[in-house]
Write a protein that binds this ligand. Sequence first.
Ligand SMILES: [Zn+2]
Length: 499
Amino acid sequence: MPHRAVIYARISVTKEESVSVDRQVESARQYAASRGWEVVEVFTDDGVSATHNSPQARSGWTALLSYDRPHEYVIVWKIDRVARRIRDFWDAVTDLQDRGRALVSIGDNLDMSSTVGQIVAGVLAGFAQLEAEAISDRVTAARRHLLQNGRLPGGTVPYGWRALPNPDGAGYVLAQDPERVEYVRGAADRVRGGATLYSVVQWLDEVGAPLPRASQSRRKSTGWAYTTVERLLRNPVLAGMVPYNPGNSSKERGSDVLRDENGLPVVDPAVAVMTPTEWRAMVAALDNNDSPRAKPHALRSKTSALLSGLVWCGVCDARMHRGTTQGRESYSCPRCHQTISRIQDYVVEQFLWAKGEHVRWTPVREVYESGAAVLPEIEARLDELDAAIRDAPDRAARRRLQQKQDALLDLRDQKRAEAPRTELRYEDAGFFAEAWAEAEGVEAQRAVLDDALERITVRRGRTGRGLDTSRLTFSWRHPDQVGPLPEPSQEELARWAEG
Ligand SMILES: [Zn+2]
């Protein structure tokens, strides 16, 4: 009885090799015929990369493994058809051995039913891995090179920027679009100043900021979309960084940026409208913004947003959502559903009574620059490396990441040595009552209120007519005794800033 064999062929999407599936199968058939083997079945994986997919993740290979007609050999064109990584390769070989089958590779002249064949296969698998890494490195390096030289590798140009011909050579570079970048800057400044995303959307509409081209064609002049503005602000290009996700094989769009050899972001100051640290703070502010469930309320509501986000449920320790009850502004807890309405006038009254004659101390964080500017970026990168080390697939990868981390820790020490002081200072900004009287519009009023009021806590109580003021507790930012005189000491101010 002749030996029996199945054939396995694979071609990847990237066409990193030119041997078509048909040619692989034909060679395997000739090989089988020359040995008098009977080919009982053919399995193929088309358009599947072996670098990004283990054999078990491919439908052709798994069908081959579960194929139950008896056979002794699995013929492939080359062993890199099976796997590009040593570990994947040995897993695949073990799977076959468990089923009493041997791998035969034509191109490598290899028959794994012999011991020598197994040894040689191991060495060859190592080379296949090297080659795959080299290909992947070359692709990555080419993209890095373009980006690090400030050239656009293709893709969409973000709102507020434009592509200009590269003055130093081929291709295009990213540059600020003078007609639009001011709107991006304005929107970012507002979010950093504590404005809600909703009010930023309103502002863009009010000043008539031109819409992104995509929205122009899709939806006719209905104004700025909430999601568009949020996406725009979260783009690292605002800090002159380049979105970049090497080796990201998932469909999901990552949020990493191009980095130098220390893992710190590559920043093009000519492109940036803010520093990376400012950008991260702004993204954090966006993260802490109202929950998506709160957004429709805010969008529908015609009442002012003076207290939005300041009102908390004392039962659930949750932010209460703003809405309207019988045409009046009201707040309701998303968890226990207690509501309270008509509090704004009372809050303003209390604020002016408690704080009006006190000095509005506005916190100012003063940084005396040097190496310190880069420290937050180093810390952020160290955090990312911690996570990456935990998730590392194997010891070698873990060691590579740890080496990077070591280098970065050295750099941090060095930057710390030259680090300047960061001082939190409070600036005397006049009396609260004056600031309030001068504040025009809800945003300006809110900025004044934010310097005085941490939050308003609401406990359960009567909801009928009128406001039951005993339900409200005010948490002021500074103790009441903070007044214009005497000037508080640095230690006192630091303590208040923490508390
Ligand atoms: Zn509640």
